[in-house]
Design a protein around this ligand. Structure first.
Ligand SMILES: *[C@@H]1O[C@H](CO)[C@@H](O)[C@H](O)[C@H]1NC(C)=O
Ligand SMILES: *[C@@H]1O[C@H](CO)[C@@H](O)[C@H](O)[C@H]1NC(C)=O
Ligand SMILES: *[C@@H]1O[C@H](CO)[C@@H](O)[C@H](O)[C@H]1NC(C)=O
Ligand SMILES: *[C@@H]1O[C@H](CO)[C@@H](O)[C@H](O)[C@H]1NC(C)=O
Ligand SMILES: *[C@@H]1O[C@H](CO)[C@@H](O)[C@H](O)[C@H]1NC(C)=O
Length: 374
């Protein structure tokens, strides 16, 4: 009886021992390779950057440094997010969500320091039946997926949306309700809806279709698309009038900006603003040199020319937006009267040629907004 017990104990201890021999190095390696590399560095700035770069999942690290206790809880889910309770001397440290623990976020974006300027980002999402298009088709669901990146931005966000997208938008702004204004509307409820029938008339005409080289592009075949593209300027104007967030600057960003590529967006929960372009001009990203198109601007809508300015993002001061709105409306009405229509990129280019001093065209690519403006 006694012998059996002892034998059982020995077996049990052996099993535990074997297990721990097997497991311990695994656990140890998992924690040490990632943390050791970090802790060998002496200073905190580097330490924080290292944390941001590393792809560690849910790790708690405790260490002693400078005779001070630093507690680091590091989480990485999809995009970078680091919680640091520590004594960083020269790093932008922002207090964010107020949990019972003290959570501090380290932001890499330079404009976190920028204070005292309020910026509103404006966007919209409407289903114009794009999935049934003969070309350039995309489903509404795809657009919702794309919109997640814009919804994650830690900015004052005005989102124009119809009923079917409302729940999605609200769900993805949870925790940012105080920075979110959802404008629930339908396309046919817009005060400028009458432009759609004018666009339909123009685009249905023989004159429009003759010698048009881009009839297979949305700008050539979909009045609703062109209407929605021009709606940006009316929506922006309305937003400056309401000015829910008491902002001095307003920027449009397409809801599908980046087409789902989250890598081009700033880290989640990291406040972002286009700080280096806050003035009385309208900033746009210029994809190509623009001036060569000036002589052809009134024929450009029929020509197979790739866009030269990107309509995905633009903006400036409240005053600049209101001036741009008036200019855009004048040019749009002139164009429609003369049987011309195109997307916002070409109409805005015509606005630029009319009043270049209102604009600040910054050379760059489609996806460069967060690289260029911060
Ligand atoms: C912090 O550490 C990094 C890497 O060791 C080093 O390049 C940098 O110069 C250090 N900065 C300061 C202020 O000591
Ligand atoms: C330790 O960190 C705290 C909080 O940042 C700071 O107030 C204190 O001065 C630090 N102590 C030392 C010895 O660096
Ligand atoms: C932080 O570091 C930068 C660059 O080294 C320096 O210009 C700045 O004065 C520092 N700020 C503080 C608060 O120490
Ligand atoms: C129509 O627009 C007005 C504001 O212009 C808004 O108050 C109303 O809720 C909208 N109605 C619908 C059905 O979208
Ligand atoms: C507006 O800002 C841009 C970018 O900083 C600059 O190039 C431009 O000259 C500024 N325009 C005015 C009118 O201040």
């Amino acid at each position: 009886m006694g012998y059996c017990l002892v034998r059982r104990k020995i077996i049990l201890i052996s099993i535990i021992w074997i297990f721990s021999m097997l497991l311990f190095p695994m656990i140890n390696r998992a924690t040490s390779t990632s943390t050791k590399a970090i802790f060998e560095r002496e200073n905190h700035t580097y330490f924080a950057n290292k944390l941001l770069q590393d792809k560690i999942h849910l790790r708690k690290v405790s260490t002693r440094s400078d005779g001070n206790q630093s507690f680091i809880k590091y989480t990485r889910i999809e995009s970078v997010s680091t919680d640091v309770i520590s004594h960083f001397k020269n790093q932008t440290v922002l207090r964010t969500k107020n949990t019972n623990k003290e959570i501090l976020h380290v932001c890499k974006c330079g404009c976190c320091q920028q204070k005292g300027k309020s910026v509103t980002i404006v966007t919209a999402l409407f289903d114009i039946g794009r999935k049934r298009w003969p070309s350039y088709e995309r489903t509404y669901q795809e657009y919702l997926t794309f919109a997640q990146n814009v919804l994650k931005l830690d900015v004052n966000l005005v989102f124009y949306v119809e009923e079917k997208g409302r729940y999605f938008v609200e769900r993805h702004r949870q925790g940012k309700e105080h920075k979110t204004e959802v404008i629930l509307t339908e396309l046919n409820n817009f005060t400028f809806y009458h432009y759609l029938s004018q666009m339909e008339t123009v685009m249905g005409s023989k004159e429009f279709k003759s010698n048009h080289e881009q009839l297979n592009n949305p700008e050539g075949f979909s009045p609703l698309y062109n209407f929605l593209m021009s709606a940006k300027f009316f929506i922006m104007y309305e937003t400056t009038l309401r000015n829910t967030f008491h902002s001095d600057y307003f920027f449009w960003m397409d809801a599908g900006y980046g087409h789902g590529n989250s890598d081009i967006f700033p880290p989640e929960d990291c406040p972002w603003a286009p700080c280096n372009i806050l003035n009385n001009t309208i900033s746009y990203v210029k994809l190509e040199p623009v001036d060569i198109y000036k002589p052809d601007i009134n024929r450009l809508y029929k020509m197979a020319v790739a866009p030269v300015i990107s309509g995905g993002f633009f903006g400036g001061s409240k005053k600049a937006i209101q001036n741009f709105y008036k200019l855009y409306k004048d040019v749009l009405e002139d164009w429609l009267k003369n049987g011309r229509i195109d997307d916002d990129q070409t109409v805005a280019l015509a606005c630029y040629f009319k009043r270049p001093s209102l604009f600040n065209l910054v050379p760059g690519g489609w996806d460069d907004v967060f690289k260029l403006f911060r």
